[in-house]
Each structure stands twice: as C-alpha cells, then as structure tokens.
Design a protein around this ligand. Structure first.
Ligand SMILES: [Zn+2]
Length: 352
C-alpha cells in the first residue's frame, strides 16, 4: 500500500495541544466523511466513528490520540518575551532555537530563545537545560504582542513534514502517525469485501499526553469487549544504543505491544495478533516499552469487567523531540495489521 504522504502531512501539521484539539479534530472529522456508519463527538472532544460489523454481539474499539505535546503561555514580559509551561513531557534540550506557533487571537510565529553559549559560565555550559531557561521570541514588542497573545494560549511546534530516504519526519508523528493509521484502516475497511467481525468503534482521543484522559471517557462510553491502543513507540535503533535497549527498530514492521508502564497486554490478544500477522504475511516486531504509558491502559480498564486489550505501535525515532521520524513501510504494515485484526476477531478461541 503506498502511503498517502499528503494526508499524513496535513494530519501532522495541524495543531492540537492537549485540551486544545479543535483544529486537528476538524481535520479528522472532514477525513472521516463517508468512511463510517455513525460519527459522534463527546463532551471532552473525542471523536468516535462506528463502522458496523458482521455481528453486533460484541464491540471492538481502537483509539489513537489526536493531541500532541505543546505549551501554554503563562506570562508576557515587559519586552514582549513569552514564558510558558509545557503541556505534556518535553525533552528540554531539544527546544533550543526551535520554531513554534502561538495560537492566540491570530497564529503568531515565534522561536524558542535561550542564553547564547558565548556568555554562559562554564557551570551553565555543563548543565542540562531546563524548560524554565527558555522564552519565546516573536520579534514583536509588548504593545503589539499583547493585542494577539494572552495567558492561557496554547503553543505548538512548527515543523512541516519532510520525506527522506524510506522515512518521514515531522513534529507530532506521536501520535498523528496512528491517527493516520486509524483513518487509513477505515478507508481499507470501506474498500474491502470483508466487514469487521464486530461493530468497530474507531476513537480519536484527546489529552493522552497529560494522562490518557480522553480515552478514559471514550472507553467508559463504548464499553468494548476487544480493544486496540494505537500509538507510537520508541525506536532506539540509533548510534550508541545496544540491542537490548532498542525497544523497536524502524523498518522492522508494525509493533505488537506486549507491555508498557501502563498496561500488560492480554496474552490471548497478543497470540491473536501474532497469528493474524503471520496469516496475512504482515511484517511485525514485539514491543516492550519500559517507561511511558498509552491509551491501551484506559481501553483495558475503563470498562466494567475489563476488555481484552492489545496495541499496534508505530516505531518512532526522536520521540517527544521537535522532529520525530517514522518509516513509511512500517505505517503501511500497521494499517494492514489493524485491518486484519478487526476483521478476524471472530476466528479466534478467546478462552483463557
Ligand atoms: Zn503518544
């Protein structure tokens, strides 16, 4: 399957800090037109698209979070420089001189400023930078910026998507890569002669980066029997990493999650996903993410009696930095795996 780079670029470039997902939500809603039997948005802003299955006896849910790590404006100083808090877990060292957009009354471009190396003391040079060391420079004086930006406005990274080698890089591939995978899965289901085994609820969730919040309300509403978390995961397949540290590697296929710090995937679901990948000749790799949680936890436990939960993860380099990187074939493999899993759920023996 060729990857629709234009669609992926639009998805990555749309802003959507946690709690401020309006623009990415509007884009996803527009893309879902004609792909589902029912589409609704809940009070928190999660989208759920329902694609009817061959049977309504059980419910399947997949969730991809739409939000991206960002910032919120906390103060504009007398010179017009902007201070902020992070919304989601940033690696401060990657912020130096990065471009950002402040979503004020109008979108305002800015750059993350910090103290130049020339005037740092030796002690400062040896220190790891902290978020509080940075400010946003908009090139505007206080009088002008005050007309456009208020305390409480959200800030997102500015990095248009670029194709390079077998890969793409952009801001927000965490988790727009999975938003793309879920939309493309609905598209594949529409084209396919095979319907999902059970009614399939495709959720695009909010506020994952601040604690899996949107997925909780979404799972509470849907109460799935089977669930799939969709998120990026660490690909630490880079110089200096040892084989035991790498978690996943780019180009090695869709990652089937075994566990992360928020969830132990159901062993029946893991066996089903591996067997499905094998049957459909889809490249896959196992994933154990030692630090970091995903919506999978909410899908498993925000259901009376729990759901049988697993996850399809997209291997990603440079995650939670200003530019993240995924492999195009891995994205295609994730779409194939999720599509096959959703259709084949009734072919498996789910007894313990
Ligand atoms: Zn994520």
């Amino acid at each position: 399957m060729p990857v629709d780079i234009q669609l992926l670029a639009r998805i990555c470039e749309a802003p959507g800090a946690p709690g401020s997902e309006k623009k990415i939500r509007e884009l996803v809603l527009a893309e879902l037109t004609g792909l589902a039997d029912e589409i609704r948005t809940d009070a928190m802003g999660n989208i759920v698209a329902l694609k009817k299955g061959r049977s309504s006896a059980k419910k399947t849910m997949a969730a991809a979070h739409m939000d991206e790590i960002g910032f919120i404006v906390t103060h504009v100083d007398d010179k017009g420089f902007i201070r902020f808090n992070p919304v989601g877990g940033f690696d401060p060292k990657t912020l130096t001189s990065q471009r950002v957009i402040i979503h004020g009354r109008k979108d305002v471009h800015g750059v993350m400023g910090s103290k130049p190396v020339h005037i740092m003391s030796q002690e400062e040079k040896n220190k790891v930078p902290q978020i509080k060391d940075y400010f946003i420079d908009t090139g505007m004086a206080k009088k002008e910026i005050a007309k456009l930006v208020d305390v409480g406005d959200f800030v997102t990274r500015y990095s248009p998507l670029m194709e390079f080698g077998d890969c793409v890089n952009a801001k927000s591939l965490d988790n727009r890569a999975s938003v793309f995978v879920l939309i493309e899965t609905l598209r594949a289901l529409k084209k396919s002669k095979t319907k999902p085994a059970y009614d399939f609820h495709a959720a695009f969730t909010v506020q994952e980066e601040v604690g899996l919040r949107g997925a909780q309300t979404s799972a509470l509403q849907i109460q799935p029997d089977f669930s799939f978390g969709l998120d990026t995961t660490i690909a630490y397949d880079i110089p200096g990493s040892t084989p035991q540290e790498r978690c996943t590697a780019l180009g090695e296929g869709a990652a089937i999650k075994l566990m992360d710090s928020s969830v132990i995937c159901d062993y029946r679901m893991i066996a089903f996903m591996k067997a499905t990948a094998k049957r459909h000749k889809i490249k896959w790799q196992p994933e154990i993410l030692s630090a970091g949680g995903t919506d999978t936890a909410s899908l498993q436990r925000m259901v009376a009696g729990g759901s049988i939960a697993g996850a399809v993860s997209v291997p990603t380099r440079h995650i939670h930095q200003t530019i993240e990187t995924c492999n195009k074939q891995d994205l295609a493999d994730c779409v194939s795996l999720l599509t096959a899993c959703v259709c084949d759920l009734d072919s498996h023996d789910w007894s313990f």
